[in-house]
Design a protein around this ligand. Sequence first.
Ligand code: SF4
Length: 396
Amino acid sequence: MSAPTVEGAAWIKLSLLSHGMVVDDAFAEWFASRPSAVRRRNFYNSPVWGGARSETPQEIVIRSKAGVPVTVAVNVYGDDTWTLTADRGRPALRGLGRVVPVELTDDLTSLRADPGLAAVANLYGGSALSFFSPRACYFFTDGTNCRFCSLHGTAAETEFANRLTPDEVRRAVAEVLSGEPSRVNQVMIVGGNERNLDTGFLRHVELARAVGEAVEEASAEVSVHVVTMPPRDLGLLGELRQVPGIHVGFNLEVWDSGRFEQVAPGKHADYGQAQILRALRELVAVVGRYRAHSILIAGLESPASTIEGARALAALGVSPIVNAFHSDVHSDLGLTIRPSYEVLAEVAVGLQRVHDEFPIQPYWKGCGRNALDFEARHGLFIGDPLDLAVRSGSAS
Ligand code: SF4
């Protein structure tokens, strides 16, 4: 049974991404009785501080009044503005004088039943089958890792596969699509970077091709998505033509070039923001307008800069991915930065205008738990932001 719809669901998502949530005993007890629900599995990031609970969901879903599902990450920063609880036997959020009914997604039966499959794949946001390879990035070796990234520490303490082969990926996609064909609407490949960027890029293309073959074999309506570093040799981008309809992201992380150097020092030193933009232009020519993507992280630069970047990318035919910054355990930034609701709302209002003007295709089709794009595509940020300011004594 679906949860009731909620007025202002997308604005509530922004508040939740700003504050995170705490998980109370009532929810923990309810969650323990729902073994089919997705448990958080830290493939490459870990925004759960404190570890008070052995298990938390990866995400929750709020039903908007428009009927659009709003998927939100369960990030736990120790801020108790919002509490994930169980209210009369159903999961709900309590905070800022509200009780918000939520839903949880069930994990894939195949992932629960097959530990071998669960070691290589994850269900992201309830509808994306995701693969992370390699679970390492040479920027950590050089000490130039992106300051928000927690991959190195997270990979060291979890035991998922570190490097995937095309055959492993092909088998996993085939198994999921044959057993549960309606559960997945996209497959994503993402991973760290190899020092030889051309080799790393071509490995990601090989994995994407394996996904594409398995999808075609299953005659499934599933899109293939890859986020990677661009190759040095931009002539290699033509290899992406082997995967028809593919979506590809080269992430800028921030638009402001001064901030780019601070936030992503390895990318700055070894490739450069201008060259990533050049690669994105070439990518548009190869994969088609709005199937090229690039992340901008809201909260790591001014809202005006994020919006300016989203607009500039959209004008180039690149679909921006606007993600709210999440504070990860093991990242250099840790809890030092968390964007306020007001900052995220300002970004959302600006992003809505960009979506109203350009035919942006959200990278995540309803499963972007920290992203604002799907909600903007559906017009959920039109109008004035909900008043969700935290006032003294307003959290409950
Ligand atoms: S490029 Fe940056 S964000 Fe990506 S894995 Fe490497 S350090 Fe992490």
